[in-house]
Design a protein around this ligand. Structure first.
Ligand code: PEP
Length: 259
């Protein structure tokens, strides 16, 4: 039912030359990705160049962040219409690295999600607990608070256009992924919450990605979980063969389930 979505988050990696080479390798290696949607989120400095390389390919362009205002005196920020102008279709909102390093608040993230939707960008709202929160039994409390705050006030139709990413903070960049069962448990909980804040039908149609040390060799077991609708991939999206392997596994999984 839900087409899997695989998103590469290149974070703060890559010169323009490196970004061009990676985008070219992905475009050439993923001419027909199959039953899977694919997007990459390069650093701002490479968006235009990567967008030109990927134009006409099945790989969509996304950004790693945006400001909520359409323009204004916000030094160093990038507005949603600027991303749209460069061909972006997705924008990551509330990544844990920004929550932690820059103190991004739930309220700021809510504004970004609403602004993205207002400019026809698909927001990828990230939620996830820290290791301490998991040990203290606060996983569900944390992700529930982040989900409710990030999606607050949206009309049901707008809400249904969002993508959610469950990214346990302890799994990001650590090489320690959540087990498929751990991830599926939280995804199921999140889908139940989506039903509450929208409708059962909307919740069933929305994609919930898993992120946290996804690689070619763990992608298939994670993506085999019915509740996991794709992946947000950091480190393993920086080399074309590894990212392509993840996309292929997602496509094979979807084809075998008849999606
Ligand atoms: C991320 O950046 O969202 C991420 C999940 O990173 P990694 O795959 O490197 O853990």
């Amino acid at each position: 039912m839900r087409t899997p979505l695989i998103v590469g988050n290149w974070k703060m990696h890559g010169t323009l030359g490196e970004a061009r080479a990676l985008a070219t390798a992905l475009r050439d290696g993923l001419k027909r990705p199959g039953r899977v949607e694919v997007a990459v989120c390069p650093p701002y400095t490479a968006l235009a160049a990567v967008g030109e390389i990927l134009a006409g390919s099945p790989i969509a362009l996304g950004a790693q962040n945006c400001h909520h205002a359409p323009s204004g005196p916000h030094t160093g920020e990038i507005a949603p219409p600027m991303l749209v102008e460069l061909g972006c279709r997705f924008v990551i909102c509330g990544h844990s690295e920004r929550r932690r390093e820059l103190g991004e608040t739930d309220e700021q993230i809510r504004l970004k999600v609403a602004a993205a939707l207002g400019h026809d960008l698909t927001p990828i709202l990230c939620v996830g607990e820290t290791g301490d929160e998991r040990r203290q039994g606060l996983t569900f409390t944390t992700v529930e608070g982040q989900l409710r705050a990030g999606l607050a006030g949206l009309e049901p139709a707008a809400l249904g256009r969002c993508v959610l990413a469950y990214e346990p903070v302890w799994a990001i960049g650590t090489g320690l992924n959540a087990t498929p069962a751990q991830a599926a448990e939280v995804h199921g909980y999140l889908r139940g919450l989506l039903s509450e804040v929208s409708s059962k039908e909307t919740a069933q149609s929305m994609r919930i990605l898993y992120g946290g040390s996804v690689k070619g060799d763990n992608a298939d077991v994670l993506l085999a979980e019915h509740e996991i609708d794709g992946a947000l991939v950091g480190g393993a999206s920086l080399a074309a063969p590894g990212f392509i392997a993840i996309v292929r596994k997602a496509a094979r999984g979807a084809a075998s389930r008849g999606e």
